[in-house]
Design a protein around this ligand. Structure first.
Ligand SMILES: [Zn+2]
Length: 345
């Protein structure tokens, strides 16, 4: 079976769904990570590498090398979609996005690029971000938009006819990210062990971000160590002594040894308590046959369509500062910084 994980920047594949990737790879499943952008506008977040002249001279090449190292840790395949990082606009009012960036590309151009990769690699299942990007970065929101558009177009012979033979991926999921339940469970376990929880402030400031709920739980705790090594491979983007690595793996695995996903669109039923992204697809030959049929009908639409309350929208944009790496770990931010880091992860 084949799973395609679409991400905005190099390092996102190692912070969102990475243990699931490693689990499926270990089971013999092919996993393709697609990075929409090269992460060229990411800041250097690792203090020890901040003034390294080799890194400053060519951050784009450094990030390609880091991605290669992370890919080797995860054991997956990888391809670049070839668009340019939009950066995370900061300031009030927010500055415009830079010319030529992913966030400003014509949606037909970006969608065709992903349709081409889908038709060539033929995934049975895709993952992407929720409609809010999972993190308020323009490239993450665009990653969602392009993934959904490409999922809907790839099987249609009338759409992008020069981008390969039609192929309909059968399901697309959103990466689940952090829930309040997960945060509380790990926080409580840290306190029970007599350790300081890094999540106290984040929990105290918790705001529900959207109304979607996970449909699918992947047991992958034994691959958290692999996930962390993949994240560390993005050496310029993570502080090895920072926020992400403060909870012992033993506690993470024992208390919340899973990653969660939310079925957005599916051509097969999504059963209650689903524990496999390929559930319901049958054998590889059966799934291949389904993906090339022309009379498929959606049977599950879990997309969240409710518009955010105006107040909520304001908070979202107010929190939209940081950097394009999403593993922002500066210690000097305002009170919202922990929840922002958290959204990123
Ligand atoms: Zn990102």
């Amino acid at each position: 079976m084949r799973l395609m994980a679409v991400h905005a920047h190099p390092d996102d594949e190692s912070s969102k769904g990475a243990a699931t990737t490693a689990r499926y790879v270990a089971a013999g499943t092919s996993v393709m990570v697609v990075s929409c952008t090269g992460g060229e506008r990411g800041d250097i977040l690792n203090e020890k590498l901040k003034d390294d002249p080799h890194i400053l001279r060519d951050i784009a090449q450094v990030r390609r090398d880091e991605m290669k190292a992370a890919q080797e840790v995860l054991g997956c395949e990888h391809t670049w979609l070839g668009f340019v990082d939009s950066g995370l606009p900061e300031g009030d009012p927010l500055p415009p996005l830079p010319d030529g960036c992913f966030g400003l590309e014509d949606i037909d151009v970006t969608t065709e690029a992903l349709v081409r990769v889908i038709r060539a690699w033929r995934p049975h299942v895709m993952t992407t971000y929720d409609e809010k990007g999972g993190y308020p970065h323009p490239d993450h929101i665009m990653c969602h938009t392009v993934s959904m558009a490409a999922f809907e177009a790839a099987g249609d012979p009338a759409r992008y006819p020069h981008a390969g033979e039609p192929w309909q991926p059968l399901k697309i999921y959103y990466n689940g990210g952090w829930s309040k339940d997960r945060l509380e469970a790990i926080h409580d376990a840290m306190l029970a062990e007599g350790l300081e929880s890094p999540y106290a402030e984040w929990l105290a400031n918790w705001k529900p971000r959207r109304s979607g709920r996970p449909t699918t739980t992947i047991a992958c705790g034994e691959f958290f160590e692999t996930r962390d090594r993949a994240l560390m491979a993005h050496a310029t983007q993570v502080d090895p002594d920072g926020f992400w690595f403060q909870v012992p793996l033993e506690i993470q695995t024992r208390v919340w040894g899973v990653e969660e996903f939310e079925a957005a669109l599916s051509y097969v039923e999504i059963a209650d308590g689903e524990d496999d992204l390929f559930a319901g697809l049958g054998t590889p030959a059966e799934a291949d046959a389904l993906a090339t049929r022309t009379d498929l009908e959606l049977v599950h639409d879990g997309r969240v369509t409710d518009a955010p309350e105006p107040e909520e929208a304001e908070q979202e944009s107010g929190r939209a500062h940081g950097d394009s790496s999403d593993t922002h770990t500066d210690e000097d931010d305002d009170a919202d910084s922990d929840s922002e880091k958290a959204d990123a992860r």
